[in-house]
Design a protein around this ligand. Structure first.
Ligand SMILES: N[C@@H](CCC(=O)N[C@@H](CS)C(=O)NCC(=O)O)C(=O)O
Length: 211
């Protein structure tokens, strides 16, 4: 299998964590997602993935799978242990729900292409864009905190085993901290992230800081 990735990418970090938990190794190819690197991506990488986003996984059968949740569920079916979805029907729904709340209602608003558009079309400078990012992360994380608090939390977001909920929560929490947001305002998330930091598959596969 071959993974198209970028080290700073939060969505890539999710897949790298899943691969590490399952002790799977894949060939990797880096794709630029910022500045001049992003322009070269347009030409070459869009021939492979027309959406131009990372991560994307090329399976051993030559099929390209995009979207981190779809990739992680593919890996989970390919190699079921350790399971990345909880055992019960409700818990599985809850784990997917938290993962999607992060992917669709936080991360989607704070990507490089959104920042590029805010700058190019509305004249937003770096500080305005950082404020925009903080706004969506703060609002989204408060909702996730609420959902975790009212759910079936154990040591992790859903139960006592790391699941897709944690795999999505961890990189987003790292990004939140880098933007100056204190995780302590979301006590359940803060505690879960501390637990996740003790697991090498998480700690070693956080998104790299932007240079
Ligand atoms: N929903 C997608 C998100 C993919 C995505 O937005 N990836 C970012 C990196 S974290 C990207 O490629 N951004 C390039 C850009 O925004 O121009 C997933 O979960 O895989």
């Amino acid at each position: 299998m071959k993974l198209y990735l970028n080290e700073i990418s939060s969505a890539t970090s999710r897949v790298r964590i899943a691969l590490a938990l399952k002790e799977l190794t894949v060939e990797v190819q880096s794709v630029g997602i910022l500045g001049a690197e992003a322009e070269s991506r347009q030409a070459a990488y869009r021939n492979i993935n027309p959406q131009g986003l990372v991560p994307a996984l090329l399976t051993d059968n030559g099929v390209l799978v995009t979207q981190s949740l779809a990739i992680i569920e593919y890996l989970d079916e390919l190699q079921p242990e350790p399971a990345l979805l909880p055992r019960t029907l409700e818990e599985r729904a809850q784990a997917r729900s938290i993962a999607l709340a992060i992917a669709s209602e936080i991360h989607a608003f704070v990507t490089p292409r959104i920042a590029l558009h805010l700058g190019a079309s509305f004249g937003a400078d770096a500080d305005t864009i950082a404020g925009w990012n903080r706004h969506w992360i703060k609002e989204g994380m408060a909702a996730v905190e609420h959902r975790i608090a009212g759910g079936r939390r154990g040591d992790f977001a859903v139960g006592d085993q790391p699941s897709v909920a944690d795999i999505f929560l961890f990189p987003q929490s790292v990004s939140a901290r880098r933007l100056g947001l204190d995780l302590a305002q979301w006590p359940n998330i803060a505690e879960i992230v501390t637990n996740l930091e003790a697991i090498p598959a998480f700690a070693e596969n956080a998104p790299a800081p932007r240079k």
